[in-house]
Design a protein around this ligand. Structure first.
Ligand SMILES: Cc1ncc(COP(=O)(O)O)c(C=O)c1O
Length: 391
């Protein structure tokens, strides 16, 4: 039986092999490996895509987030609110700076932060003080990080309304959502570019993947963009003079070269993911009582741009046995994410909390293969195997 892997980076590389190797060769010939003109050009591309005045290329998505939080001066005495149903780094970066991550439960359909729960959380757990909104233990709420999980934008009108009324900055975790759009009350807006800050990951399996780690931080305020560029390089300005402490968060020229070559294909690749998602959704509609399918709240306005399907995640109480069944049929799957962040050992110090929608999602979610290079036959094979399980 041939395997149908959960993801397959080799096929995409083969289709662009010569172009990409030529770009890599040009970096090798120049022997200029860190930052430089290719990185600057890639920053420009991302700034244009998300309508931001500043884009700062980094060594990973995690480092992009860390850089933003450092530029905001977040540290001990501060708290930042996010979702517990996300990749670890979203909350890990907050804790690494000595601030406290706080968690608000998700909406069960979208699996993104629910603005109504955020509003209730602020009303119940916080009070207005002279310096802003503070928690019962006296920590200042410095930001909210909504995560556009699996390629679907959060309800940003709701989140911006809740935060805007309290003058709390929003930092979009758009690591999984480059190119996704959101239909706000006034216009169509791009993931990562709807708030004060945003960040992206170019981890190799992302819709736009590097040949290693890479990321990007974006900001609306050009002054903060300038500050992030300095902090990205140890806070050095000018050379060997440091008035602030930063880090080494620089992007390699090799990564920018690869990403620039792949960038023109992003839209068509994400569209193909959408097509595959529609095949899955049509085929699984008849199992509506057994499987919860991904929600597409913006499909009517935006079509394929409303969800870039970084992952196609279904939910079923029979998750583990379905996964086993697919494995027996040679089909790779993944669980994003098996343990919610408030139940991670390293966050035990935050105390016990109950966030039932997130816990339920973690127990039921299963990601099926979805990458642009999947053939129609492979899509059918996934569909047949899932159908066989539920029939
Ligand atoms: C939601 C989310 N946030 C942050 C990150 C961190 O990005 P990176 O792996 O590039 O550090 C990821 C990457 O997997 C992610 O999925």
């Amino acid at each position: 039986m041939t395997k149908l892997p959960f993801f397959d980076l080799k096929t995409q590389f083969q289709s662009l092999r010569e172009e990409i190797l030529a770009e890599i060769a040009s970096v090798c010939d120049a022997q200029a490996f860190i930052l430089g003109s290719k990185v600057a050009l890639f920053e420009q591309r991302i700034a244009e895509l998300c309508g931001c005045s500043a884009a700062v290329a980094t060594s990973s998505g995690t480092d992009a987030q860390l850089l933003i939080l450092m530029a905001m001066g977040i540290g001990p005495g501060d708290a930042v609110v996010t979702t517990p149903f996300t990749f670890f780094s979203t909350a890990g970066c907050v804790a690494r700076l000595g601030a406290k991550p706080l968690f608000v439960d998700i909406d069960s359909a979208t699996m993104n932060v629910d603005p109504e729960k955020l509003e209730r959380f602020f009303g119940r757990e916080c009070r207005e003080a002279s310096n802003g909104l503070v928690t019962k233990d006296g920590l200042l709420i410095r930001g909210v990080i909504p995560v556009h999980l699996f390629g679907l934008c959060c309800d940003m009108d709701g989140i911006r309304d809740v935060c805007g009324r309290r003058r709390i900055p929003v930092i979009e975790d758009a690591a999984q959502a480059l190119g996704a759009k959101y239909p706000s009350k006034n216009r169509i807006e791009p993931a990562g570019g709807m708030s004060e800050f945003g960040f992206f990951s170019f981890y190799p399996t992302k819709n736009l993947g590097a040949f290693g780690d890479a990321g990007m931080a974006v900001a609306r305020d050009p002054e903060l963009g300038r500050k992030m560029k300095i902090l990205r390089n140890h806070g050095m300005d000018p050379r060997y003079y440091h008035s602030e402490i930063g880090g080494n968060f620089r992007m390699d020229a090799l990564q920018a070269a690869v990403l620039l070559k792949k960038f023109p294909y992003l839209e068509q690749w994400s569209k193909r993911r959408w097509e595959i998602a529609q095949c899955y959704k049509d085929a699984f509609a008849k199992f509506a009582r057994k499987i919860m399918l991904p929600s597409e709240p913006y499909a009517a306005q935006l079509g394929s741009e409303g969800h870039i399907y970084h992952q196609f995640v279904i939910r079923t109480p029979a998750r583990d046995s379905l996964r086993e069944h697919l494995e027996e049929h040679g089909i790779g799957t993944e669980i994003y994410y098996p343990v919610v962040l408030h139940q991670q050992k390293c966050f035990a110090y935050l105390g016990e909390m109950s966030l039932p929608e997130s816990e339920k999602a973690a127990a039921e979610c299963l990601a099926l293969p979805i990458y642009p290079e999947l053939t129609d036959q492979q899509v059918d094979r996934v569909i047949d195997s899932v159908a066989q399980f539920f029939n």
